[in-house]
Design a protein around this ligand. Structure first.
Ligand code: HMG
Ligand code: MG
Length: 299
Protein backbone atom coordinates (compact mmCIF):
# COMPACT_ATOMS: atom_id res chain seq x y z
CA UNK A 1 0.00 0.00 0.00
CA UNK A 2 1.11 3.55 -0.58
CA UNK A 3 -0.29 6.93 0.25
CA UNK A 4 -0.11 9.96 -1.99
CA UNK A 5 0.99 13.34 -0.60
CA UNK A 6 -1.56 16.11 0.04
CA UNK A 7 0.72 18.76 -1.51
CA UNK A 8 3.49 18.76 -4.05
CA UNK A 9 5.92 21.42 -5.26
CA UNK A 10 6.41 22.23 -8.91
CA UNK A 11 9.73 23.73 -9.88
CA UNK A 12 9.06 25.66 -13.08
CA UNK A 13 11.90 25.26 -15.57
CA UNK A 14 10.25 26.94 -18.58
CA UNK A 15 12.35 30.12 -18.61
CA UNK A 16 15.56 28.01 -18.61
CA UNK A 17 15.04 24.48 -19.95
CA UNK A 18 11.98 25.63 -21.90
CA UNK A 19 13.68 28.44 -23.77
CA UNK A 20 17.30 27.26 -24.06
CA UNK A 21 16.46 25.15 -27.11
CA UNK A 22 14.71 27.97 -29.00
CA UNK A 23 16.80 28.88 -32.03
CA UNK A 24 15.21 32.29 -32.45
CA UNK A 25 16.36 34.70 -29.73
CA UNK A 26 13.56 35.64 -27.34
CA UNK A 27 13.86 39.18 -26.01
CA UNK A 28 14.81 39.75 -22.38
CA UNK A 29 11.56 41.66 -21.87
CA UNK A 30 9.47 38.77 -23.16
CA UNK A 31 11.31 36.37 -20.85
CA UNK A 32 10.77 38.66 -17.86
CA UNK A 33 7.04 38.98 -18.63
CA UNK A 34 6.82 35.20 -18.82
CA UNK A 35 8.62 34.86 -15.45
CA UNK A 36 6.36 37.47 -13.88
CA UNK A 37 3.26 35.68 -15.21
CA UNK A 38 4.49 32.39 -13.78
CA UNK A 39 5.07 33.99 -10.39
CA UNK A 40 1.58 35.49 -10.51
CA UNK A 41 0.22 32.00 -11.17
CA UNK A 42 1.69 30.86 -7.84
CA UNK A 43 5.02 29.38 -8.92
CA UNK A 44 7.41 29.82 -6.01
CA UNK A 45 10.38 27.81 -7.24
CA UNK A 46 11.75 28.38 -10.72
CA UNK A 47 14.86 28.05 -12.85
CA UNK A 48 15.16 31.58 -14.20
CA UNK A 49 18.09 31.20 -16.59
CA UNK A 50 21.54 29.68 -16.94
CA UNK A 51 25.06 31.06 -16.76
CA UNK A 52 26.69 29.03 -19.51
CA UNK A 53 28.85 29.90 -22.48
CA UNK A 54 26.85 32.14 -24.85
CA UNK A 55 28.74 30.42 -27.66
CA UNK A 56 27.20 27.11 -26.61
CA UNK A 57 23.71 28.38 -25.73
CA UNK A 58 23.11 31.85 -27.25
CA UNK A 59 19.54 32.01 -25.91
CA UNK A 60 20.85 32.30 -22.32
CA UNK A 61 23.26 35.18 -23.06
CA UNK A 62 21.05 37.67 -21.15
CA UNK A 63 21.26 35.77 -17.85
CA UNK A 64 22.54 38.76 -15.83
CA UNK A 65 19.64 40.93 -16.98
CA UNK A 66 17.18 38.14 -16.17
CA UNK A 67 18.48 37.74 -12.62
CA UNK A 68 18.48 41.52 -12.15
CA UNK A 69 14.98 41.92 -13.59
CA UNK A 70 13.12 39.00 -12.01
CA UNK A 71 11.29 39.40 -8.73
CA UNK A 72 13.19 37.71 -5.90
CA UNK A 73 10.35 35.79 -4.41
CA UNK A 74 10.42 32.17 -3.27
CA UNK A 75 13.37 30.19 -4.59
CA UNK A 76 14.61 31.34 -7.97
CA UNK A 77 17.44 29.22 -9.35
CA UNK A 78 20.10 29.88 -11.90
CA UNK A 79 21.78 26.93 -13.57
CA UNK A 80 25.51 26.75 -14.19
CA UNK A 81 28.15 24.03 -14.62
CA UNK A 82 31.38 25.79 -13.60
CA UNK A 83 33.24 28.27 -11.41
CA UNK A 84 32.99 31.10 -13.86
CA UNK A 85 29.21 30.75 -13.97
CA UNK A 86 28.86 30.43 -10.20
CA UNK A 87 30.90 33.59 -9.61
CA UNK A 88 28.98 35.57 -12.22
CA UNK A 89 25.61 34.31 -10.96
CA UNK A 90 26.34 35.28 -7.35
CA UNK A 91 27.62 38.69 -8.47
CA UNK A 92 24.41 39.19 -10.42
CA UNK A 93 22.35 38.52 -7.28
CA UNK A 94 21.47 34.82 -7.54
CA UNK A 95 20.88 33.11 -4.20
CA UNK A 96 20.00 29.56 -5.25
CA UNK A 97 22.19 27.67 -7.69
CA UNK A 98 21.65 24.58 -9.78
CA UNK A 99 24.71 22.71 -11.02
CA UNK A 100 24.47 19.95 -13.60
CA UNK A 101 26.30 16.82 -14.67
CA UNK A 102 25.49 13.75 -16.76
CA UNK A 103 25.76 10.17 -15.51
CA UNK A 104 26.69 9.24 -19.07
CA UNK A 105 30.24 10.14 -20.11
CA UNK A 106 29.32 10.72 -23.74
CA UNK A 107 26.47 13.05 -22.88
CA UNK A 108 28.51 14.99 -20.34
CA UNK A 109 31.25 15.47 -22.91
CA UNK A 110 28.76 16.81 -25.46
CA UNK A 111 27.03 19.03 -22.90
CA UNK A 112 29.91 20.35 -20.80
CA UNK A 113 33.02 19.27 -22.70
CA UNK A 114 34.33 17.26 -19.75
CA UNK A 115 34.17 13.66 -18.59
CA UNK A 116 31.76 13.00 -15.73
CA UNK A 117 34.70 12.46 -13.36
CA UNK A 118 36.30 15.76 -14.45
CA UNK A 119 33.03 17.59 -13.87
CA UNK A 120 32.60 16.04 -10.43
CA UNK A 121 36.19 16.84 -9.43
CA UNK A 122 35.68 20.47 -10.47
CA UNK A 123 32.29 20.75 -8.75
CA UNK A 124 33.28 19.31 -5.36
CA UNK A 125 35.25 22.32 -3.98
CA UNK A 126 32.74 24.73 -5.53
CA UNK A 127 29.78 23.04 -3.83
CA UNK A 128 31.60 22.78 -0.48
CA UNK A 129 32.34 26.50 -0.69
CA UNK A 130 28.75 27.38 -1.62
CA UNK A 131 27.46 25.35 1.31
CA UNK A 132 29.91 27.10 3.65
CA UNK A 133 28.39 30.36 2.44
CA UNK A 134 24.85 29.13 3.01
CA UNK A 135 23.79 29.11 -0.65
CA UNK A 136 21.00 26.67 -1.60
CA UNK A 137 22.45 24.10 -4.02
CA UNK A 138 20.47 21.90 -6.34
CA UNK A 139 22.31 19.22 -8.30
CA UNK A 140 20.73 18.28 -11.63
CA UNK A 141 21.57 14.74 -12.71
CA UNK A 142 21.17 14.32 -16.46
CA UNK A 143 20.79 11.01 -18.31
CA UNK A 144 19.75 9.30 -15.07
CA UNK A 145 17.82 6.67 -17.05
CA UNK A 146 18.88 6.78 -20.70
CA UNK A 147 21.58 8.49 -22.74
CA UNK A 148 21.10 9.50 -26.39
CA UNK A 149 24.53 8.03 -27.21
CA UNK A 150 25.01 5.13 -24.76
CA UNK A 151 21.46 3.84 -24.25
CA UNK A 152 20.26 2.52 -20.88
CA UNK A 153 22.03 3.79 -17.76
CA UNK A 154 22.37 1.49 -14.75
CA UNK A 155 20.45 2.77 -11.70
CA UNK A 156 23.53 2.01 -9.55
CA UNK A 157 25.55 4.50 -11.60
CA UNK A 158 22.96 7.23 -11.09
CA UNK A 159 22.69 6.45 -7.37
CA UNK A 160 26.50 6.54 -6.99
CA UNK A 161 26.64 10.02 -8.52
CA UNK A 162 23.78 11.20 -6.30
CA UNK A 163 25.60 9.79 -3.26
CA UNK A 164 28.62 12.02 -3.97
CA UNK A 165 26.46 15.12 -4.16
CA UNK A 166 24.71 14.16 -0.92
CA UNK A 167 28.09 13.75 0.81
CA UNK A 168 29.04 17.27 -0.31
CA UNK A 169 25.86 18.62 1.29
CA UNK A 170 23.65 19.59 -1.66
CA UNK A 171 20.12 20.52 -0.66
CA UNK A 172 18.36 18.96 -3.62
CA UNK A 173 18.86 16.33 -6.30
CA UNK A 174 16.88 16.88 -9.49
CA UNK A 175 17.08 13.56 -11.27
CA UNK A 176 16.40 13.77 -14.98
CA UNK A 177 15.08 11.63 -17.78
CA UNK A 178 16.86 13.91 -20.24
CA UNK A 179 15.56 12.29 -23.42
CA UNK A 180 12.13 11.22 -22.19
CA UNK A 181 12.58 7.48 -22.56
CA UNK A 182 12.06 6.17 -19.02
CA UNK A 183 8.97 4.11 -18.23
CA UNK A 184 6.92 4.13 -15.00
CA UNK A 185 8.50 0.91 -13.66
CA UNK A 186 11.96 2.44 -14.05
CA UNK A 187 10.79 5.72 -12.54
CA UNK A 188 9.31 3.96 -9.52
CA UNK A 189 12.39 1.81 -8.97
CA UNK A 190 14.95 4.61 -9.14
CA UNK A 191 12.98 7.15 -7.12
CA UNK A 192 12.15 4.59 -4.42
CA UNK A 193 15.86 3.85 -4.06
CA UNK A 194 16.72 7.56 -3.94
CA UNK A 195 14.04 8.36 -1.35
CA UNK A 196 15.17 5.46 0.84
CA UNK A 197 18.89 6.12 0.54
CA UNK A 198 18.84 9.92 0.83
CA UNK A 199 16.03 10.73 3.27
CA UNK A 200 17.49 14.11 4.26
CA UNK A 201 17.91 15.50 0.73
CA UNK A 202 15.10 16.96 -1.37
CA UNK A 203 14.47 14.61 -4.29
CA UNK A 204 12.93 16.07 -7.43
CA UNK A 205 11.90 14.29 -10.62
CA UNK A 206 12.62 15.95 -13.99
CA UNK A 207 10.90 14.31 -16.94
CA UNK A 208 11.04 15.18 -20.60
CA UNK A 209 8.02 13.93 -22.50
CA UNK A 210 9.41 12.53 -25.76
CA UNK A 211 7.49 9.25 -25.52
CA UNK A 212 4.49 10.72 -23.71
CA UNK A 213 5.21 8.79 -20.53
CA UNK A 214 6.09 11.77 -18.34
CA UNK A 215 2.76 11.94 -16.48
CA UNK A 216 2.80 8.18 -15.89
CA UNK A 217 6.40 8.50 -14.69
CA UNK A 218 5.38 11.29 -12.34
CA UNK A 219 2.58 9.17 -10.91
CA UNK A 220 5.04 6.32 -10.39
CA UNK A 221 7.47 8.70 -8.66
CA UNK A 222 4.62 10.01 -6.47
CA UNK A 223 3.96 6.45 -5.38
CA UNK A 224 7.64 6.14 -4.53
CA UNK A 225 7.31 9.15 -2.21
CA UNK A 226 8.50 11.99 -4.46
CA UNK A 227 6.69 15.29 -3.92
CA UNK A 228 8.77 17.67 -6.07
CA UNK A 229 8.54 17.81 -9.85
CA UNK A 230 10.26 19.96 -12.46
CA UNK A 231 7.93 21.01 -15.27
CA UNK A 232 7.86 23.55 -18.06
CA UNK A 233 4.88 25.77 -18.87
CA UNK A 234 3.55 24.94 -22.31
CA UNK A 235 5.74 21.81 -22.43
CA UNK A 236 8.56 23.91 -23.86
CA UNK A 237 12.10 22.76 -23.79
CA UNK A 238 14.82 20.27 -24.36
CA UNK A 239 18.56 20.15 -24.16
CA UNK A 240 20.36 21.32 -27.33
CA UNK A 241 22.97 18.60 -26.71
CA UNK A 242 20.51 15.70 -26.34
CA UNK A 243 19.43 14.87 -29.90
CA UNK A 244 15.86 13.64 -30.33
CA UNK A 245 14.61 14.80 -26.96
CA UNK A 246 11.49 16.95 -26.78
CA UNK A 247 10.25 19.37 -24.14
CA UNK A 248 9.69 18.90 -20.45
CA UNK A 249 6.40 17.65 -19.14
CA UNK A 250 3.96 20.56 -19.35
CA UNK A 251 3.37 22.34 -16.04
CA UNK A 252 -0.33 22.75 -16.83
CA UNK A 253 -0.69 18.98 -17.33
CA UNK A 254 1.00 18.24 -14.01
CA UNK A 255 -1.10 20.85 -12.19
CA UNK A 256 -4.29 19.49 -13.76
CA UNK A 257 -3.44 15.88 -12.88
CA UNK A 258 -2.55 16.78 -9.30
CA UNK A 259 -5.66 18.90 -8.74
CA UNK A 260 -7.84 16.12 -10.17
CA UNK A 261 -6.32 13.81 -7.56
CA UNK A 262 -6.94 16.46 -4.88
CA UNK A 263 -3.23 17.08 -4.45
CA UNK A 264 -2.49 20.77 -3.93
CA UNK A 265 0.13 22.60 -5.99
CA UNK A 266 -0.55 26.22 -5.01
CA UNK A 267 -0.76 27.05 -8.73
CA UNK A 268 -3.74 28.75 -10.36
CA UNK A 269 -4.30 27.00 -13.69
CA UNK A 270 -6.07 29.95 -15.29
CA UNK A 271 -3.23 32.32 -14.45
CA UNK A 272 -0.75 29.73 -15.64
CA UNK A 273 -2.42 29.81 -19.07
CA UNK A 274 -2.15 33.58 -19.02
CA UNK A 275 1.61 33.21 -18.47
CA UNK A 276 1.80 30.73 -21.37
CA UNK A 277 0.00 33.24 -23.60
CA UNK A 278 2.75 35.75 -22.82
CA UNK A 279 5.42 33.48 -24.30
CA UNK A 280 3.61 31.54 -27.02
CA UNK A 281 4.07 34.16 -29.72
CA UNK A 282 7.83 34.18 -29.07
CA UNK A 283 8.49 30.46 -29.54
CA UNK A 284 8.76 28.47 -32.75
CA UNK A 285 6.45 25.52 -32.05
CA UNK A 286 2.76 26.10 -31.36
CA UNK A 287 1.75 25.38 -27.77
CA UNK A 288 -1.19 23.02 -27.47
CA UNK A 289 -3.63 24.61 -25.06
CA UNK A 290 -6.53 22.33 -26.00
CA UNK A 291 -6.60 20.74 -22.60
CA UNK A 292 -7.35 24.12 -21.07
CA UNK A 293 -10.63 24.39 -22.99
CA UNK A 294 -11.57 20.95 -21.71
CA UNK A 295 -10.62 21.99 -18.20
CA UNK A 296 -12.76 25.12 -18.35
CA UNK A 297 -15.77 23.39 -19.87
CA UNK A 298 -15.90 20.43 -17.55
CA UNK A 299 -14.80 21.63 -14.16
P1 HMG B 1 34.44 24.93 -23.19
O1 HMG B 1 34.47 25.47 -24.58
O2 HMG B 1 35.02 23.59 -22.96
O3 HMG B 1 35.07 25.83 -22.07
O4 HMG B 1 32.91 24.96 -22.72
P2 HMG B 1 35.93 27.09 -22.01
O5 HMG B 1 36.32 27.20 -20.60
O6 HMG B 1 37.01 27.02 -23.06
O7 HMG B 1 34.93 28.27 -22.36
C1 HMG B 1 34.53 28.59 -23.66
C2 HMG B 1 34.08 30.05 -23.66
O8 HMG B 1 32.95 30.19 -22.84
C3 HMG B 1 35.14 30.98 -23.09
O9 HMG B 1 34.94 32.24 -23.71
C4 HMG B 1 34.73 31.07 -21.64
O10 HMG B 1 35.17 32.26 -21.03
C5 HMG B 1 33.22 31.07 -21.74
P3 HMG B 1 35.96 32.77 -24.82
O11 HMG B 1 37.27 32.84 -24.14
O12 HMG B 1 35.92 31.72 -25.92
O13 HMG B 1 35.37 34.07 -25.24
N1 HMG B 1 32.57 30.52 -20.56
C6 HMG B 1 31.47 31.05 -20.02
N2 HMG B 1 30.73 32.11 -20.35
C7 HMG B 1 29.67 32.37 -19.58
N3 HMG B 1 29.30 31.61 -18.51
C8 HMG B 1 30.02 30.54 -18.17
C9 HMG B 1 31.16 30.23 -18.93
N4 HMG B 1 32.05 29.25 -18.87
C10 HMG B 1 32.92 29.45 -19.86
N5 HMG B 1 29.64 29.80 -17.13
C11 HMG B 1 31.21 25.04 -21.03
C12 HMG B 1 32.55 24.47 -21.44
C13 HMG B 1 30.76 24.34 -19.77
C14 HMG B 1 31.37 26.53 -20.78
C15 HMG B 1 30.21 24.80 -22.19
O14 HMG B 1 30.24 23.45 -22.50
C16 HMG B 1 28.80 25.19 -21.84
O15 HMG B 1 28.48 26.34 -21.66
N6 HMG B 1 27.89 24.18 -21.73
C17 HMG B 1 26.53 24.45 -21.33
C18 HMG B 1 25.62 23.47 -21.95
C19 HMG B 1 24.19 23.73 -21.52
O16 HMG B 1 23.83 24.82 -21.11
N7 HMG B 1 23.34 22.69 -21.61
C20 HMG B 1 21.97 22.80 -21.25
C21 HMG B 1 21.75 22.83 -19.77
S1 HMG B 1 21.78 21.22 -19.03
C22 HMG B 1 20.22 20.58 -19.33
O17 HMG B 1 19.46 21.14 -20.04
C23 HMG B 1 19.85 19.31 -18.64
C24 HMG B 1 18.84 19.51 -17.49
O18 HMG B 1 17.66 20.13 -17.94
C25 HMG B 1 18.48 18.15 -16.89
C26 HMG B 1 18.10 17.14 -17.98
O19 HMG B 1 17.03 17.28 -18.60
O20 HMG B 1 18.93 16.25 -18.22
C27 HMG B 1 19.44 20.36 -16.37
MG1 MG C 1 16.00 19.11 -18.89
Amino acid sequence: MYSLPKNITIIEVGPRDGLQNEKQLVSTDAKLHFIEGLQQAGIIEMELTSFVSPKWVPQMADSKEIVAGAKKTGRQFVLTPNERGITAALEAGAYALAVFVGVSESFNKKNINKSTAESMAALKPLILDLKDRGVFVRACISTAFYCPFEGAIKPEDTIRLCQEFVEWGVDELSVADTIGMANPAESHYLFKQLKEQFPDTLITAHFHDTRKMALANIYAALQAGVDRFDASAGGLGGCPFAPGATGNVATEDVVNMMHRMEIETGIDLERLYEAIKKIETHVSNPINTGMYTLYKNRS
